[in-house]
Write a protein that binds this ligand. Structure first.
Ligand code: HEM
Length: 181
């Protein structure tokens, strides 16, 4: 997992819960790296799961909820860092481009990035599906990223998990435009 995911996660924890919580997570997680990450390095995704699990324990917030909040936060980082990927005119075209364009470009920049497969289908003007597949089981992070993207495009949406297979390795997501949140 790329270091940017770790540095952004720890920054979010610091902003929301303070440095003491960051320190507690690093102290209690027995991480491979002792909590030192650079944004371009590559680290074991197990460390990320340990840290999210620990934060969930400390703050009594379920892991899926934490991953969604983190996804939304992570989206604004990606948007600022890679504005070229944000040129699509609307949310559905943007989401449609993750698998065909954005993540393949990410792989050119970082050949060791571990990315999900994310087949998209635009059903009609109001509904699309995204088929998440990854051994890392991070569909809740994906939902947070989609929420961040929806905000960016000023589009209110409802995101639902339609089917979940293999303990979250394969998740069909449905995105519906709505007038209200
Ligand atoms: C709504 C839009 C997006 C969604 C839903 C999405 C989804 C995901 C998910 C779920 C992961 C975690 C890895 C996994 O599950 O196997 C991931 C990783 C990543 N994505 Fe995306 N992504 C989006 C947009 C972007 C954009 C705009 C960029 C810009 C460059 C980007 C770059 C990355 C990077 C660098 C990683 C980390 C790879 C690693 O840890 O090795 N993504 N993405």
């Amino acid at each position: 997992m790329k270091g940017i995911v770790f540095t952004e996660f720890l920054e979010l924890v610091e902003n929301e819960f303070g440095l003491e919580v960051v320190q507690q997570i690093i102290d209690e997680c027995q991480l491979d790296t002792e909590g030192v990450y650079t944004s371009v390095g590559t680290y074991s995704h197990k460390d990320m799961f340990k840290m999210v699990g620990k934060l969930s324990e400390i703050k009594e917030i379920p892991v899926p909820a934490l991953l969604m909040v983190f996804g939304e936060y992570f989206f604004s980082t990606l948007k600022d860092k890679y504005p070229a990927f944000m040129e699509k005119p609307n949310l559905f075209d943007f989401l449609n481009s993750i698998d065909d364009y954005i993540h393949p470009e990410v792989l050119k920049l970082y050949p060791d990035a571990e990315l999900p497969s994310f087949k998209a289908k635009i059903k009609n003007n109001a509904e699309m599906t995204l088929n998440y597949k990854s051994s890392r089981k991070l569909s809740d992070l994906a939902i947070g990223l989609i929420k961040g993207a929806a905000k960016h495009y000023n589009q209110n949406v409802v995101i639902e998990k339609i089917t979940v297979e293999n303990d979250g390795q394969k998740v069909l997501l449905q995105v519906n435009k709505t007038k209200f949140k």
